[in-house]
Design a protein around this ligand. Structure first.
Ligand code: ADP
Ligand code: MG
Length: 483
């Protein structure tokens, strides 16, 4: 069902979308069902309050997603897993790729200095566990075709698997209430959390100490609390013990024994699963940095280890997009390299020099054609349009520009949907979807013993916003309806 400009939900031919009375009732039922399904967030007012919750913003209908692109995203995920794993083992590459960034970006420099220190001491853990999520938009071609284009890959704290799984049930219910049972039955099951928990469980087994626990490293008052709890429940279901701790807890009560086994509050830690630690604010003070170093030096399996964390920086993404780079890491699987490369759009270094000068000039002339990205995660940090032009003007004459990269701005296919946010009026919006596919892999003595793409996440935002994730209050949870 294709319209020249927008993709519509599968039932758009019906009056449903435009029958205001019905939509209002449906939205109320959907919000109630969101609570029942566990599509939840802590409240904005007091995220630490354990007595209250709100529904996580979601789209009223599942959004249409081209089946071909969805399948491609799943297929290429295993290629990305291999790539991330290999890049994380190449210290020469990482050092070179990040050399200019660490000169001017204090946060990346802090991570990099931990990386250097553990490299010098020698890495004590031979098992790696990677849980990542590669995100895409569907770029609109000249001829109305769409193609899968990567936004970024998240190698640390890749979240929303739990809530994404639960939105599936919610959307099935909504379609049934609309009298669309056949369409409801077509909504795919999403196994994101199960897959992530299986990865953690397998790594836990390989660690080989039945008494050891999985430590979820979290922040106080995290908006992702319920999402994290979904993974936690799945692990308890497998009789694997989980504890939740802050960086400061690890600093105060974490120790390494003579064999570098990590203990926190007396528990031996098999795996540290990072759901924090990707932004400067996550390190409130030096003690948090000391805790990160303690974890990295330990024998615990880090998900991710510091090297894999660094692979997820925007700078490394840009360097990997250079001609021949992905191919160099995947010489034994050229098809994988080809699939990966097909998802890339232009990414550019703006380091000082003629190459950087030229692209800065181009972006200043066409600010809508690019996105300026610092080395930050979590939404709301990128710079677009006029602001991009201004900032480039401010930084172009000094080394500070190495803190950023430029990326071609993807012009995505749009869809129509109702986005439900707590406290907002209901309106039909023109939206952009972003598909994420989760990757789970385990490396043992440099060989992959698990390589999976178990599930997905669909997030949708109004075209009014250029940037922003679910936690940032801009994007909403959605489910793909394959067309
Ligand atoms: P973060 O680490 O903050 O999530 P992303 O690279 O994922 O950073 O960008 C955040 C958001 O900005 C994306 O979810 C997307 O909406 C928008 N965005 C990022 N890169 C592009 C791009 N190249 N073209 C269009 N939109 C983009
Ligand atoms: Mg992102």
């Amino acid at each position: 069902m294709q319209h020249p400009e927008v993709l519509l939900p599968p039932f758009a031919a019906d009056d449903v979308l435009h029958n205001n009375g019905f939509i209002q009732q449906l939205a109320v039922a959907a919000k109630n069902t969101a609570f029942l399904c566990g599509v939840l967030l802590p409240t904005n007012e007091d995220p630490t309050n354990t007595e209250a919750a709100t529904y996580a913003p979601f789209s009223l209908f599942p959004s249409p997603v081209p089946k071909k692109l969805f399948t491609e995203a799943y297929e290429v995920q295993q290629d990305f897993n291999i790539l991330v794993d290999r890049v994380s083992q190449d210290s020469e590459f990482l050092t070179k790729a990040l050399a200019s960034t660490v000169q001017v970006d204090e946060f990346t420099a802090g991570l990099f200095s931990i990386y250097k220190q553990v490299l010098e001491e020698g890495i004590t853990q031979t098992i790696t566990l990677g849980i990542n999520r590669s995100d895409y938009m569907f770029e609109k071609g000249q001829d109305r075709s769409t193609s899968l284009k990567q936004i970024e890959i998240n190698t640390i704290a890749a979240g929303l698997a739990g809530l994404a799984e639960r939105v599936t049930d919610l959307h099935r219910h909504v379609l049934k209430v609309c009298g669309k049972s056949d369409e409801a039955a077509k909504i795919l099951t999403n196994n994101a959390v199960k897959g992530i928990a299986e990865g953690i469980a397998k790594a836990w087994q390989l660690y080989g100490s039945p008494e050891a626990v999985v430590l979820f490293l979290v922040e106080k008052g995290s908006k992702n609390l319920f999402d994290q709890r979904c993974v936690e429940m799945e692990l308890w279901g497998k009789n694997i013990r989980v504890i939740r701790r802050l960086f400061l807890d690890v600093h105060e009560r974490g120790v390494l024994d003579d064999e570098k086994i990590l203990f926190v509050d007396g528990y031996e830690i098999a795996i540290v699963y990072f759901r924090t630690g990707y932004n400067p604010e996550d390190y409130h003070n030096d003690d948090c940095w000391v805790a990160r170093l303690l974890i990295e030096r330990s024998k615990a399996i880090k998900c991710p280890d510091i090297a894999t964390h660094l692979v997820g920086t925007k700078k490394v993404q840009q360097v990997l997009a250079r001609s021949g780079m992905v191919e160099k890491f995947l010489t034994d699987c050229p098809k994988s390299a080809e699939r990966i490369r097909a998802t890339f759009v232009g990414l550019y270094s703006i380091d000082e020099g003629p190459e950087g000068d030229e692209i800065i000039k181009k972006a200043a002339e066409d600010p809508e054609g690019f996105v300026l990205k610092p080395q930050r995660e979590g939404g709301g940090n990128n710079i677009f349009g006029e602001e991009l032009k201004q900032l480039l003007g401010n930084i172009k004459d000094g080394p500070k520009r190495s803190a950023y990269i430029l990326m071609d701005r993807i012009k995505p296919q749009t869809v129509k949907n109702y986005l439900l946010y707590p406290g907002s009026a209901l309106k039909l919006s023109e939206c952009v979807v972003e598909l994420g596919v989760f990757g789970v892999y385990i490396g043992k003595c440099r060989k992959l013993v698990m390589n999976e793409s178990p599930g997905h996440l669909l997030r949708t935002k109004s075209t009014e916003f250029a940037d922003g994730g679910v936690s940032a209050g801009v994007a909403v949870l959605d489910t793909p309806y394959l067309i």
